[in-house]
Design a protein around this ligand. Structure first.
Ligand code: ATP
Ligand code: ATP
Ligand code: MG
Ligand code: MG
Ligand code: MG
Length: 256
């Protein structure tokens, strides 16, 4: 082994630590846009919900599921965030946290930039967007379901709040006034007061987006190696209730 000024590669490497994610647990990688409050203003997102931006996020999530098709079984997204669920048995990058998070977040981000013009043909990308990422292990399917429920409840509450906020702004209130009048308010009551037809808002705004494979034919998976097998199951985007049991009962192979 080559030495430079008596420094061996082994010595320098001895400072590196690979944090491994706990074996046999669900891994959730959640990514979130950095300063998207500003990013969405500079790029003139429609408030409170810009369809183009949401559809671009969804396309990036589909691309992530196709690239990591052996490991990622489900994803849930809302606003500028996405949660990717890696199956319990995954051995992706030997479960090294840093590698898993950075590979997902950089692939998602470069896809976002590459596909920007498809969703915003009239509006130039003014600076490079970035996302942060974190990984959390969940030891049981029950707790993983609780995690997903928490994200969907958050989607609902934020969407109620934002619907009221932007309705108040549209009615001539300043952002500060709108914020003050919603402080501690019961959102359900506010929605009625402001005559917002909440239940008829697009389901994507109310439920967020879920990304998964339609049907997985286990018998066909083993016929091919490496590349995403065509018959593995098309990746689809749905806007559905993932808190109740129905979806999971109808798709028993996702979290099996
Ligand atoms: P941080 O870097 O801490 O995540 P942030 O500014 O990204 O800060 P978030 O809490 O992640 O804050 O909120 C994201 C913000 O991005 C939302 O509050 C909203 O203003 C904006 N945003 C994201 N997606 C959309 C969309 N599809 N339509 C309109 N606005 C959006
Ligand atoms: P991994 O995903 O494990 O990192 P890798 O294919 O990226 O696999 P590396 O050990 O990171 O392997 O090596 C990067 C490779 O990329 C080099 O071996 C070289 O073939 C190629 N490469 C990178 N930069 C250049 C460059 N500037 N000019 C020519 N080839 C390059
Ligand atoms: Mg953040
Ligand atoms: Mg953000
Ligand atoms: Mg966010």
């Amino acid at each position: 082994v080559e030495e430079i000024n008596n420094v061996t590669p082994e010595y320098v490497r001895s400072f590196e630590f690979d944090s491994k994610l706990m074996p046999s647990t669900w891994i959730v990688v959640r990514i979130d846009g950095c300063h998207f409050h500003r990013f969405s203003e500079i790029h003139e997102f429609v408030k409170p919900n810009d369809d183009r931006a949401l559809n671009l996020m969804n396309l990036c999530a589909v691309a992530v599921l196709e690239k990591f098709w052996e490991d990622i079984v489900f994803a849930y997204g809302v606003s500028d965030e996405y949660s990717f669920i890696l199956k319990k048995a995954t051995n992706l990058y030997q479960r090294r946290a840093n590698t898993i998070i950075s590979a997902i977040v950089s692939f998602f981000t470069s896809t976002y930039v590459m596909r920007w013009k498809n969703f915003f043909p009239q509006s130039e990308l003014k600076y490079p967007p970035s996302f942060d990422g974190r990984a959390v292990c969940y030891p049981s399917t029950e707790i993983l379901r609780d995690y997903l429920s928490w994200r969907q409840v958050d989607c609902h509450i934020n969407n109620q709040y934002n619907s009221c906020f932007w309705k108040l702004v549209a009615s001539g209130k300043s952002k500060r006034e709108a914020q003050n009048s919603l402080k501690g308010a019961q959102l359900q009551k506010k929605i009625e007061e402001l005559a917002i037809d909440y239940n008829n808002l697009p389901v994507m705004y109310r439920q967020g987006s879920s990304v998964y494979r339609d049907k997985v034919d286990i018998a066909l998976i083993h016929q091919e190696n490496g590349e995403f097998p065509e018959n593995y199951g098309k990746v689809i985007v749905g806007h559905i209730d993932i808190i109740g049991p129905t979806f999971w009962l109808e798709h028993p192979n996702i979290l099996d």
